[in-house]
Structure formats: structure tokens, C-alpha cells
Design a protein around this ligand. Structure first.
Ligand code: TXA
Ligand code: MG
Length: 325
């Protein structure tokens, strides 16, 4: 169902134009990078980003990397400290991703950061990725273009096999040169840390920094998984799942049609999707939690079906409802 363009020949200009059109419509595109193929969506469009999670079959919302053509574009979205700037100037474009504080109001959908206040940025070196990012002119969210649990794709055929029915356009640029994902570096209370080893060696990064990269050790307060470095946004309000009715004073996080009695009783209401669409619901989830937080001591959450993106939505809601230390 996807249209495949061979970008090694005359397909380049036509392929990039088709990919830009698809991204603009909120569709997914397989984008070659020098590390692995990415499953790309318009990072400013929450529903487009929700389609990434749906296509991959990810059981939860991991934060995604925003891809940009250069450091100038990055500075509009994140704050680059001294060390980050030194790394960006030395290694971008290239297989290095930096996790940095997101600027207030940066035009990136909440689903890209999974509600975190940091944003992962990568400036890929691949000429086709660069052509696409420059032509599109907006940040592009792109995890590796494989179904959840499968290995990362280093050839267009891998993407076609895994996700062919989910992507509108595949830009075939042949095998990727690096073959493993980008190295991810972040800062933990001012100290640089290696969040994921990848295509750029630790020693090269440490040589620029002039100090070693720390490693995040897993313990109760610092979970191991990358993406979990900063704690995920958790509402201050209590969260009551699978609410069959709204109790006096509760805010309501709805899904599907709302009973008038519940709407009347609720201190505030946000509907994730009045028409019961899980893509729309995923796109609204993080903003909805933030909006209702502080409007009531408890947020009552209507049941959300568990199929498709519902699995990731329910995972996130369960975390929001979990007792915290
Ligand atoms: O080479 C690559 O990086 C490829 C190509 C397509 O660019 N992309 C890639 O994306 O590997 P993905 O989604 O498969 O891996 C992104 C990693 C995840 O482990 C995620 O947890 C982490 O980046 N990440 C993203 N945003 C983060 C954040 N704000 N804080 C910490 N980790 C973050
Ligand atoms: Mg991946």
C-alpha cells in the first residue's frame, strides 16, 4: 500500500515531494538515516504522532526523537547548554541524539515527549533525511521503523515487510551506513550521561567534553530504561480508573459519550475523544491530564478499550493512578 521511491536515482526529488505531502496530511513516511530507517511523522501533529505508536504496536508511550536539519532549528525547540552546544557543533549532523530542556511553547506534540519536559533532538547526516527535513520545514518525530519487539531496519525492504501497510511513502536509499541507532546523551543534574550507546563512540564524546559520561544506574528513583531518566509527568490529583460514574467534586476524563448527570456533577470535563477514536484520544492524553490536574482532588477516568492504542493509553493512565513515593 505504500509507494516506494528509489532515491538513489531520479526518484529523489519525486520521493521527497511525495513524502512532504504525506507528512503534511498526517501520514507516516519511512525515512532513511545513516543509522537505521525511521518511521517519520509531523512532530507538531499529535494525531500523526499517535499513528506512529499505533503502527509500531508499542504497548506504551516511549518518548520519541525529533529530527531537524540543523542546530538553528534545534535552538527554537530546546535550550542548548555549553556542553550540549560543543557536542552539537562537533557531531551534528551525525549519529548523536541530545536530550535537552524543551522550550516553553515549543511546537511539538505532547506525545513526542510522552509528557516529559525534555526533548530528544537529532540532526541526521543522511542526505535523503536532510533533503526531507529541509523541504518539510517542521520537526519530524521518528523512532526506528520496526514493529515493537522487532529489530531495527537497515534496509527499505525491512520496513516494507514490517510496516508496509502502515506507511504512505518509503524512501529507499539502500542499506544504512551505521546500522545501529544513534548514541543518546542527556544531563542529570548538570552531569552528562550516556542514555543509550549507539553509532557514535563514548570516547569521542568524552574527548569533546573533557570528562567521562556517567551511566544511569537502575534503582527505585532512577530507573534504567532510557526515556525514564526524568520522571514521567504525574498529575498531583488522585486518578480513579474505570469510573462508572462521576462523584461529587471529581474532574472527569471522558472517552466516548458522557452521561448528562456526570457532566453536571463534574468539576471539570475533558473528553479524550467524543467519537471514541483511540488515535484522537492518544493525541490528547497528556494535555488532558495537565488540564484537569488542579481542578479537582480526584480525576475520574472513564474506561478506555484496551485494543490498539488503547493498550498504551491504559498503561499511561495506570501509571498516573499508581501510588507515588
Ligand atoms: O538512530 C536513531 O536514533 C533512530 C533514527 C530513526 O533516528 N531513532 C531511534 O528512535 O532509535 P527510537 O524511538 O527507537 O529510540 C529513541 C530513544 C528511546 O530509547 C527513548 O526512550 C529515548 O530515545 N528518548 C527520547 N526522548 C527522550 C527523553 N526526553 N528523555 C530520555 N530519553 C529519551
Ligand atoms: Mg527503536
Amino acid at each position: 500500500m505504500s509507494v516506494i521511491f528509489d532515491t538513489r536515482g531520479r526518484g529523489l526529488a519525486e520521493g521527497v515531494a511525495a513524502a512532504v505531502a504525506a507528512l503534511s496530511r498526517g501520514e507516516l513516511v519511512a525515512m532513511p538515516t545513516e543509522t537505521v530507517y525511521g518511521l517519520a511523522a509531523d512532530a507538531t501533529n499529535g494525531e500523526a504522532v499517535a499513528r506512529i505508536y499505533a503502527a509500531k504496536g508499542r504497548p506504551r508511550f516511549n518518548p520519541l526523537i525529533a529530527h531537524l536539519p540543523g542546530i538553528t532549528e534545534a535552538e527554537r525547540l530546546v535550550v542548548l547548554g555549553g556542553e550540549a552546544r560543543a557536542l552539537a557543533e562537533r557531531f551534528w549532523p551525525g549519529p548523536l541524539t541530545l536530550v535537552l530542556p524543551k522550550r516553553e511553547g515549543a511546537p511539538v506534540a505532547d506525545l513526542v515527549t510522552a509528557g516529559l519536559d525534555t526533548l530528544a533532538i537529532r540532526v541526521p547526516a543522511h542526505p535523503v533525511a536532510r533533503a526531507l527535513l529541509t523541504a518539510f520545514g517542521r520537526p519530524v518525530a521518528a523512532p526506528s521503523a520496526n514493529r515493537s519487539g522487532h529489530v531495527s531496519p537497515t534496509r527499505a525492504a525491512h520496513v516494507a515487510d514490517d510496516l508496509g501497510d502502515r506507511v504512505a511513502v518509503i524512501l529507499n536509499a539502500g542499506p544504512t551506513a551505521v546500522g545501529v541507532e544513534s548514541t543518546i546523551v542527556g544531563w542529570d543534574r548538570g552531569a552528562p550521561v550516556l542514555l543509550r550507546p549507539g553509532g557514535l563512540a563514548r570516547a569521542e564524546i568524552e574527548a569533546v567534553l573533557g570528562r567521562p559520561l556517567g551511566t544511569i544506574e537502575g534503582d527505585a528513583t532512577r530507573p534504567l530504561a532510557p526515556g525514564m531518566l526524568a520522571s514521567h509527568y504525574a498529575p498531583a490529583a488522585a486518578v480513579r480508573l474505570n469510573a462508572a460514574e462521576v462523584r461529587e467534586g471529581e474532574a472527569l476524563l471522558a472517552f466516548g459519550p458522557i452521561l448528562p448527570a456526570d457532566a453536571g456533577r463534574a468539576a471539570a470535563v475533558v473528553n479524550l475523544s467524543a467519537r471514541g477514536d483511540l488515535i484522537e484520544a492518544a493525541a490528547r492524553l497528556f494535555a488532558a491530564l495537565r488540564e484537569l490536574d488542579g481542578k479537582a482532588a480526584t480525576i475520574a477516568v472513564m474506561p478506555v478499550p484496551g485494543e490498539g492504542l488503547g493498550e498504551a493509553i491504559n498503561d499511561r493512565l495506570a501509571r498516573a493512578a499508581a501510588p507515588r513515593s
